[in-house]
Design a protein around this ligand. Sequence first.
Ligand code: ZN
Length: 166
Amino acid sequence: MMKIKLKATKLPDWTVIVCVGCSDFLERPLMAAVGVAEGEEIFICPHCLAEGDIDAKLERKAARLEREPRWLRALIGRLELPPPAVFKEFFGPEVVEEVAEFWASLRDLLDESELLPSYDADQSVVSLLRAYRRAWPLIKSDAEVDPERGKALAAALAKWRMFTGG
Ligand SMILES: [Zn+2]
């Protein structure tokens, strides 16, 4: 078995590492053992270095990671969810107001970007979608019941995809 040599390394002050032993996310650890395994940089934090027995830590972490997909798969086909409309009861009137604002702004922006197609106008639509993310479930359900809004949202999402490549 080929060994992987890690070197004690002083790290710049702004460094953030994820320790492969404990999975801790460490800001400014000052030093770590650093190496390359299978083409990826790996770090062992000072805490794990001091504790030793890194193999046991790796084994525990691997076992934990293996449990997760099993657990997720065991849920498939078994979750009984409340009806989608239930979320509406949980949004306060201020969010409902926000949603009305969203539709008004979206209409304006879409009109504008149709009159004078431009990068800026498209970007404003994308920013609008981002800004109202918290109201997204309500926006989506509005779009489902109102064809006008459905069309507007589809146009906005097309711009979104153009920008994010998603
Ligand atoms: Zn660690």
